[in-house]
Design a protein around this ligand. Structure first.
Ligand code: HEM
Length: 107
C-alpha cells in the first residue's frame, strides 16, 4: 500500500521531501491507508505518542553528537530483501565517531 503508484509519485524512490511538499499525505493517523508506519486499526502501535515526541530528539542527538562512517572499503547498499517487513539485503554497519572530546558535551 505504501508503494502504490496511485497514491505516491515514484513510490520506489527515496524522496523524504515528498512529505514536506504534501504534508497531508504523511498523516499516519488518517484512514486513507496510504502511509502506515505504525500499522492501523485495533492493533495500531500504542507507542505513537511517545515515538512522535522522541524520534526527532533521538535522531537529531545522534546526528549532532557523532560522525557516522561506513567500514573502510564498503559502500552504502540500500537494496532490500523480500519478506514480511522490509530488511536490507546487506545489514548496515555504521561506525559512530564522537564529535566532542569531553563527556560534558553529551550530558
Ligand atoms: C518510530 C517508532 C515506532 C514505530 C515505527 C512503530 C511501529 C509499529 C508497528 C508497525 C506496529 C504493528 C501495528 C499493527 O500490527 O498493525 C507496532 C506495534 C506495537 N508497538 Fe510500535 N512503533 C514505534 C514505537 C513504539 C514505542 C515507543 C512503543 C512503546 C513505548 C511501541 C509499542 C508497540 C506495541 C506494544 C505494539 C503491539 C500492539 C498490538 O499488537 O496490539 N511502539 N508498532
Amino acid at each position: 500500500m505504501q508503494r502504490d503508484p496511485e497514491a505516491w509519485e515514484n513510490p520506489m524512490e527515496f524522496q523524504p521531501e515528498r512529505f514536506l511538499r504534501d504534508a497531508g499525505k504523511g498523516d499516519f493517523q488518517e484512514n486513507s491507508y496510504n502511509f502506515l508506519p505504525f500499522g492501523s486499526g485495533r492493533r495500531v502501535c500504542p507507542g505513537i505518542p511517545l515515538a512522535e515526541k522522541m524520534i526527532l530528539y533521538v535522531v537529531s542527538t545522534l546526528l549532532l553528537s557523532f560522525e557516522w562512517n561506513l567500514p573502510q572499503g564498503t559502500t552504502l547498499d540500500l537494496s532490500e530483501k523480500f519478506g514480511l517487513v522490509s530488511k536490507m539485503q546487506q545489514p548496515l554497519i555504521a561506525i559512530p565517531i564522537a564529535k566532542y572530546s569531553s563527556l560534558e558535551h553529551y550530558l
